[in-house]
Ligand binder design. Structure first.
Ligand SMILES: [Zn+2]
Length: 262
């Protein structure tokens, strides 16, 4: 089982990063994709991945919350980072109209620029979309034929939105959101609708600690070693064996991000 979304650069992991990775290995997590959310963190993500070559990879990108930081210099930094073998995707990029930390036009501009960069570099994209489905697909769709692949990470949309993402050929990233019996209710019902070869799993650690995690860590910090819990929940909702699902999602991640070493 591969965790495609770990914010390992977070200061919440500053004191015990090595232990966090070791616990993930011990829990049976087969690989980790470290999320880059701005130029600096994308550099940090790449160097963390390099230290754990063959187990960790990273993304290089600018999250919509950081869209106002986008500049020609950012583009040059990401382009340079993308030359490293550890960098497997451009992102996290996209739109977030839930919090609107940056203006929608700024977000759209940085998103489009990163899609252009990914197409130019022939890298897959790691996408974030929150309450922005229509605009998100409108910006993304013209780029899709030019991109080697794309995943919409932490999918929390509606059934119609899921169907549109699948029709567009996107992979769907599912987090521990699906373990939340209240706000994850609609998402839980969608689990059987995702084709097995389009499903990816992620913790989005240190965020999104599964609500039904027992025992509940005192820190409330999520970790990649909790991925097996998400795999079990998703397998249950899909009527599948957890081991089979874990394996399938590992193959899907390796196919999308074109990873070889295990
Ligand atoms: Zn995100």
């Amino acid at each position: 089982m591969f965790d495609i979304g770990v914010n390992l650069t977070s200061t919440q992991f500053a004191k015990d990063r090595d232990k966090v990775v070791k616990r993930a290995v011990d829990a049976g997590v087969t690989g980790i994709l470290i999320t880059g959310t701005n130029a600096l963190e994308s550099q940090q993500a790449q160097s963390l991945a390099k230290r754990r070559s063959g187990y960790c990879w990273s993304t290089a990108g600018v999250h919509p919350h950081h869209a106002s930081e986008w500049s020609a210099e950012t583009a040059a930094t990401l382009r340079r980072l993308a030359e490293s073998p550890e960098v497997a995707a451009i992102g996290e990029c996209g739109l977030d109209f839930n919090r609107n930390i940056c203006g929608p036009e700024q977000q759209a501009y940085a998103f489009n620029a990163q899609l252009e960069l990914a197409a130019d570099l022939q890298l897959p994209v790691f996408l974030h979309c929150r309450e922005a489905h229509d605009r998100f697909l409108a910006i993304l769709t013209p780029w899709l034929p030019k991109l080697p692949g794309a995943v919409v990470h932490c999918f929390t949309g509606t059934k119609a939105e899921l169907e549109a993402c699948l029709a567009a050929g996107l992979y769907i990233g599912i987090t521990g959101w699906v373990c939340d019996e209240r706000r994850g209710l609609e998402l839980r019902e969608l689990m059987p609708l995702i084709p097995a070869d389009r499903l990816l799993l992620e913790t989005d650690a240190p965020y999104l600690l599964p609500r039904d995690m027992r025992p509940r860590p005192a820190s409330r910090r999520n970790e990649p070693c909790f991925l097996p819990h998400i795999v079990e929940q998703v397998a249950l909702l899909r009527g599948e064996e957890a081991a089979t699902l874990g394996q399938q999602c590992d193959s899907n991640a390796r196919a999308l991000f074109r990873l070889n070493a295990q």
